[in-house]
Design a binder for this molecule. Structure first.
Ligand code: ADP
Ligand code: ZN
Length: 829
């Protein structure tokens, strides 16, 4: 899917030629403008800054940050302004710059915007500037010769008075400064907010020459002290090279509860010493942590590993198609171990860290501090620290969601994309990149393997594997459980579901049986809130958001109506806004109402809920932890419950209404429903106890539901692909979507039509549909139109050019109208 732009991968191998003044560099700026700019390298600098260096540049009246892309030839017709101080600690690796250049072209975005995605956090925060004179500046002041203007002289005088430094500038000093910098008299230093410290950890080690046996005797009755000595002794014996470093305090505390007090006593006795080290990979620690919980590979996993081992030295993309619970993560861990053994780093992308904390935890357990986990819960400072550890090679594995695809892993050796089908890999605003596709291109540019894992691959990836562009590996059986769970379809036309809980009799019985047998259950309803909408019982009109053409959702707990598209909230209206009718009734149920109804039916059960209303990272992790520890018997939730959770004691999964989502005007609705059902079914019976899945639906005959029941992904794919091909939809063709929206309906409609005409004239090969009003016609107070383009790579290339031309034409697009191009769109709403 990314082949047509492959020829333009970024130039990462630029070398600076001999230093001949004046020198110029091409930079991308951190504001949304197309094109790149040329700046001069001040004479005083011995070298031009390297590719990826971040510098401050004068831009209009402001000073903004910019990334150096490479050398430039002298500009013609104007004089280039000088670069200001380079912020050395915030540079981007050259390979990431190359990746962003490709990304900008492929997704038709300004280079600066693309680079911003990869820029270390905190680099746009406030800085302080200090001006210092150089020896040349000092000499000029002392020589007091010709060619120094009045303002420049005053500036040098002020510097002399300030001991060679100036902070705040007067207006005349401000005017003289650029000239003084260009002449090499003054350099500008930008001080970051705070000096950046390396994360350190406290290490506990045996004192040199301590006799462990004698020390243990000396501990007398303190079992804890003996245990600490024993742990340190074992660690020392396992990793001879690191023996004197000991174990991190964290690890000790985990191994010996209450170790802290014992360590204090041991230090007092002189048996143990403490010191701090930078967080680095400690082989002894890694072995100590990972050693016990490391299953051997089964034959399917071993075959997959052997295949991947043969491909570590060049680019390849491989789809690891393994059913839920087949041990894909174990394969990732082994491949990465091999890559580390060759002295290279690794990148693992996961859909959402807060939903899959166990994957990150397994990596930490196996590789210790060599793992940098990049998640949204980090403060900018923490994120920055992790970033630095990667760049310096102290952490060699980056684990993170979409944006971690830009992580500055030094000497990258493999990229793994877990659950590659997951929708969260696609950024849905700004630069609409797809994390998986960017990962593949990063691997391609770096000449390393990319591994995509899923139990329900995206059609794009499976199609590529079928046409042998990607390798295909299968893990057809579960690693621990004996089989995939049996799936039963419950036809909701035959069984009446209870209005408030949506439970049919068979599902209610299964819930009761599971509770009685001490098992846990997961219930999926992909709609949060209480009643999904309030309908007027007189005229039938739903209460709609006044900014969006969609019904608002009633949230019982918060007692408000919330628009799930724009977040607008309002109290429940006293009467129907449309006809004034007095009675508004709930219609359609959400997770909140289900949870309440089930709590009433099963008073002894402990009920948990997981959806967007659960809250942030900590709250989500707490719910997951409660399920893990069996503090919850029944978990009710949206698609969030279907993610890669591995709960051994969940024996029942129920899908309350599989049809939600199936009727959306989206050609991927069927693929998504298949994925959702299979993934949630995959949470059942992962342990030895086995499990079952009950799916309630009004449409048992739908392809996605029938094949999901059989766990037959290839069958579903073949049937659905035929439909896609017939309608000329991806994956065989590629797709562009233009979204045109505006606060004035007529303006948006006119621009959509004008763009369509340009495309028809200049990108004739493109199959164009529209413009038409978007399914969500009005959102956040804006009128929305869509335009769809499909075609072969050449047609899409032409379309990109037309788009760029259209966007660049001045005065065509009125101020209130926005045009965005979505390359390889995943949503059609
Ligand atoms: P997936 O990522 O395919 O859903 P996981 O890697 O999470 O599967 O594995 C599911 C479970 O099986 C985990 O608890 C894991 O520890 C276990 N497991 C994986 N491989 C093996 C193996 N070869 N032998 C025993 N247990 C395994
Ligand atoms: Zn709204």
């Amino acid at each position: 899917m990314i082949a047509d732009a492959a020829s333009s991968c970024g130039r990462t191998d630029l070398l600076w030629c001999g230093v001949a003044a004046p020198r110029f560099v091409e930079v991308a700026v951190s504001v949304p403008v197309t094109g790149t700019f040329t700046y001069a390298v001040p004479n005083a600098w011995a070298e031009a800054p390297p590719v990826g260096a971040m510098a401050l540049v004068p831009f209009g009246r402001r000073k903004i940050s910019a990334i150096v892309l490479g050398p430039a030839s002298p500009p013609e017709g104007y004089e280039a302004l000088p670069l200001h101080e380079v912020q050395a600690h915030q540079s981007l690796p050259a390979d990431v710059v190359g990746l962003c250049r490709w990304l900008a072209e492929y997704y038709a975005a300004p280079v600066g915007e693309a680079l911003r995605l990869a820029t270390p956090p905190g680099s746009h925060t406030a800085t302080r500037t200090v001006y210092a004179w150089t020896t040349e500046g000092q000499a000029a002041w002392q020589a007091d010769g010709f060619g120094i203007g009045k303002d420049e002289r005053a500036l040098l005088a002020a510097l002399a008075a300030g001991g060679g430094k100036l902070r705040a500038l007067t207006p005349s000093q401000k005017q003289a400064m650029p000239g003084a910098i260009t002449r090499g008299w003054v350099v500008e230093k930008v001080l970051g907010q705070a000096a950046v410290s390396l994360k350190q950890q406290v290490m506990i080690a045996l004192a040199p020459d301590v006799d462990v046996a004698a020390a243990q005797v000396a501990c007398g009755r303190s079992g804890k002290q003996r245990a600490v000595l024993q742990a340190l002794h074992e660690a020392a014996q396992q990793g001879a090279a690191q023996a004197s470093d000991g174990l991190p305090m964290r690890v000790l505390v985990a191994e010996v509860p209450g170790a802290a007090a014992a360590v204090k006593a041991l230090i007092a006795r002189g048996h143990v010493i403490t010191h701090r080290t930078a967080m680095t990979l400690e082989p002894a620690v890694v072995a100590a942590l990972g050693g016990s919980s490391r299953p051997g590979l089964n034959p399917h996993q071993a075959d997959a590993l052997a295949y991947l081992r043969d491909r570590l030295d060049g680019f390849s993309c491989t789809l690891l198609f393994g059913v839920t619970g087949s041990g894909k993560t174990e394969v990732y861990l082994h491949v990465i171990e091999d890559v580390l053994a060759r002295g290279r780093g690794a990148l693992l992308l996961v859909p959402e860290i807060s939903l899959t904390p166990l994957v990150a935890a397994r990596f930490r357990a196996r590789f210790g501090d060599a793992v940098a986990v990049l998640h949204s819960g980090l403060t900018p400072r923490e994120r920055y620290d992790e970033w630095q550890r990667l760049q310096r090679g102290e952490a060699v594995i980056a684990v993170g969601a979409r944006s971690a695809v830009f992580a500055p892993v030094a000497n990258l050796g493999v990229i793994v994309v877990d659950e590659e089908h997951d929708g969260s890999y696609k950024q849905d605003d700004g630069v609409r990149y797809h994390g998986r596709d960017v990962a593949i291109m990063r691997a391609k540019q770096a000449g390393i393997p990319c591994l995509l894992g899923s139990a329900t691959p995206s059609f794009e990836s499976y199609f590529a594997a079928q046409s042998e562009r990607y390798g295909l590996l299968a893990l057809p059986v579960r690693a621990v459980a004996d089989a995939l769970p049996a799936v039963t379809i419950i036809d909701m036309r035959r069984y009446r579901a209870e209005a408030t809980s949506l439970l049919t009799a068979p599902l209610r019985q299964a819930l009761a049986d599971t509770l009685a047998s001490g098992g846990q259950s997961i219930l999926l309803l992909n709609r949060r809130g209480f009643a999904s909408s309030l309908l007027c019982e007189t005229c039938g009109a739903p209460v709609q958001c006044k900014h969006c053409a969609v019904s608002m959702t009633w949230h019982e707990y918060a007692r408000t109506m919330i628009c799930h598209y724009c977040g607008y909230q309002q109290p429940r209206p006293p009467a129907c806004p449309a006809c004034g009718g007095a009675s508004l009734g709930g219609h359609g149920v959400g997770t909140e109402q289900i949870a309440t109804a089930i709590a009433a039916q099963f008073p002894t059960a402990r009920i948990g809920r997981l959806d967007r209303d659960t809250g942030r990272r900590e709250a989500i992790e707490r719910v997951l932890q409660d399920v893990e520890e069996h503090a919850i018997d029944i978990l009710v939730g949206t698609q969030m419950v279907a993610k890669g959770h591995d709960f051994a004691n969940v024996t029942l999964v129920g899908v309350l209404c599989a049809d939600i989502g199936l009727s959306l005007p989206d050609f991927r609705a069927s693929e998504r429903t298949y994925q959702l059902i299979s993934q949630v079914a995959g949470r059942a019976g992962r342990g030895k106890k086995g499990g079952q899945v009950l799916i309630q639906t009004y449409r048992p005959e739908a392809t996605c539901i029938a094949f999901a029941q059989q766990h037959d992904y290839p069958g579903f794919y073949a049937a659905e692909l035929a439909t896609r091909d017939e309608l000329d939809y991806p994956p065989r063709v590629r797709m562009f979507a233009w979204h045109i929206d505006g606060s004035v309906d007529a303006d948006a409609a006119r621009i959509a039509e004008a763009l369509a005409q340009s495309l028809r004239r200049h990108a004739g090969e493109l199959v164009l549909v529209g413009p038409a009003p978007a399914p969500l016609t009005r959102l956040k107070g804006r009128f929305r139109y869509q335009l769809w383009g499909r075609g072969a790579p050449e047609a899409l290339k032409a379309a990109r050019a037309v788009h760029a031309h259209f966007m660049a034409k001045r005065g065509v697009i009125p101020a209130g109208v926005r045009v965005t191009l979505d390359v390889d769109p995943v949503s059609t709403l």
